[in-house]
Design a protein around this ligand. Structure first.
Ligand code: NAP
Ligand code: G4F
Length: 325
C-alpha cells in the first residue's frame, strides 16, 4: 500500500526538501498550509514539485482544523515542521510563539492520539533548546537544556510533550534535535541568507552594505537537503527515539561573511558591513556544536555538504535569482 505523509510547514525551508525526498520514495504527500490572502509557493516551485503536493488547509493553533485533516488523511507519517521559527522575533511575540510551537504541538499530538494513533510522528526540535547548556563544548542527546529565548523555551515544551506521548500512550513519536541548517530556500531574515542575499546585491550594485548584529556567535551550519533525510530515517526505525543532527563543526557569523564575500571576489569586506544593535539579541546563544555519534551509529546518517560548499551554493543561488529579476 502507498505510504502517505502529512508535512506541516510545507511552504517553509525544510518542508519542500522533505516533500521532494518523500515523493521520490513513492509517498503521497499532503502539505498543511495556513489560509493566505496571497499564498507563496516560491520554495516548492524552486524544486519544481508544487503540482505534486496535495494541500490541506489548517493551522497549528486551530485544533479543529487538525482533527479534520488527520481524520480524513490518516497519514502513515506526520512531520511537524510548522513553527514561528525565527528566534529574533520570539521576544516580541512570545505568546504567539508559545501558542504555535508549544500548544500547537500538544494539539497535534492529541489529535493523532485520538484519531490516528498508528501515524508516526516527527517533531522538529532544535539545538536552541540547549542554549547555554553544553558538554565540553559540544551538545548531544544527554546535554541539559538551558534555552535563552521564548522560541527555545517553546521548543523545550514540545520536545518533552513528544517524549511524554511516546512514554504515556505508546505513540511512535520522535524528536529530531536539529542544529542550524540552511539552503537557497532559507528565509531571508536568518543570518546566512541575509548575508548571501546582501552580498549578491552588493555584487550587482543593488545595495551598498549589510547590517548585522553579533558577528562572534558560532553555529554548526549544515545543508537542509541533508537534514531532511535524517528526519525520514528516524521514522523508519523500529523504535521511536530522539536524535541530534548536525555536522560536528562550528563557525562564526564572521566566517560566513568572509566566505560569502570571497565568493564575489572581495577579501576586505569591512567597508560593506555595518554593525547595528537592533540585530543583537536580549540573550544570545554564544555557540552551538553537535556531537552526532548516535545518528551516525543508529541511523547511518551523516552530512554530505560542507560549510564552504553551502555558503557558495547560497551566494550562487542568490546571484541567479536577482539576475533573473
Ligand atoms: P520555516 O522556513 O520558518 O518554515 C516554518 C513553516 O511553518 C512556514 O511555512 C510557516 O508558514 C509555517 N507555520 C508557522 N506558523 C504556523 C501555524 N500556526 N500553523 C501552520 N503552519 C505554520 O522553518 P524551517 O527552517 O523550514 O524549519 C522547520 C522546522 O524546524 C521549524 O519548526 C523550526 O523551528 C525547526 N528547526 C529549524 C532549524 C533550522 O536551522 N532551519 C533547526 C532546528 C529546528 P508561513 O509560510 O505561513 O509562514
Ligand atoms: O540565523 P539565525 O537567526 O539563527 P538562530 O537564531 O541560530 O536560529 C535558527 O537555528 C535554530 C537551530 O539552532 C532553529 F531552531 C531556529 O528555528 C532558526 O532556524 O542567527 C544565527 C546567529 C545568532 O547568534 C544571531 O545573533 O547569527 C547572529 N546574528 C548576527 N547578526 C544574526 C544577525 N542573526 C540574524 N538573524 N540577523 C542578523 O543580522
Amino acid at each position: 500500500m502507498q505510504k502517505s505523509a502529512l508535512i506541516t510547514g510545507i511552504l517553509g525551508q525544510d518542508g519542500p526538501y522533505l516533500a521532494e525526498l518523500l515523493l521520490g520514495k513513492g509517498y503521497k504527500v499532503y502539505g498543511l498550509m495556513r489560509r493566505y490572502s496571497s499564498p507563496h509557493y516560491d520554495n516548492l516551485n524552486f524544486l519544481g514539485i508544487m503540482d505534486k503536493i496535495e494541500f490541506v488547509e489548517g493551522d497549528l493553533t486551530d485544533e479543529s482544523s487538525l482533527i479534520n485533516i488527520i481524520k480524513n488523511v490518516r497519514p502513515t507519517e506526520v512531520y511537524n515542521l510548522a513553527a514561528q521559527s525565527f528566534v529574533g522575533s520570539s521576544w516580541e511575540q512570545a505568546k504567539l510563539t508559545t501558542e504555535i510551537n508549544a500548544l500547537g504541538v500538544l494539539s497535534l499530538l492529541n489529535t493523532i492520539k485520538f484519531n490516528s494513533p498508528t501515524s508516526k510522528f516527527y517533531q522538529a526540535s532544535t539545538s536552541e533548546m540547549f542554549g547555554l547548556g553544553n558538554d565540553g563544548g559540544y551538545q548531544d542527546e544527554k546535554t541539559s537544556f538551558h534555552p535563552r529565548s521564548p522560541y527555545g523555551i517553546s521548543k523545550v515544551y514540545a520536545y518533552w510533550m513528544t517524549v511524554n506521548f511516546r512514554e504515556s500512550y505508546g505513540l511512535f513519536a520522535a524528536n529530531g534535535i536539529l542544529f542550524n541548517h540552511e539552503s537557497p530556500l532559507r528565509g531571508i531574515q536568518f543570518v546566512t541568507r541575509k548575508i548571501t542575499d546582501g552580498v549578491a546585491r552588493i555584487k550587482l550594485g543593488l545595495t551598498k552594505s549589510i547590517s548585522l548584529g553579533n558577528l562572534d556567535a558560532k553555529r554548526d551550519w549544515g545543508f537542509a537537503g541533508d537534514y531532511v533525510e535524517a528526519m525520514y530515517l528516524m521514522l523508519q526505525e523500529k523504535e521511536p527515539d530522539d536524535y541530534v543532527i548536525g555536522t560536528g563543526a562550528y563557525h562564526s557569523v564572521k566566517d560566513v561573511v568572509d566566505l560569502a564575500f570571497k565568493e564575489i571576489g572581495v577579501s576586505d569586506w569591512k567597508k560593506y558591513v555595518v554593525i547595528d544593535p537592533r540585530y543583537k539579541r536580549p540573550a544570545e546563544v554564544p555557540h552551538l556544536r553537535a556531537r552526532i555519534d548516535k545518528a551516525k551509529n543508529k541511523l547511518g546518517w551523516q552530512p554530505k555538504v560542507t560549510f564552504k560548499e553551502l555558503i557558495k551554493m547560497m551566494v550562487k543561488a542568490d546571484l541567479k535569482r536577482l539576475q533573473k529579476k
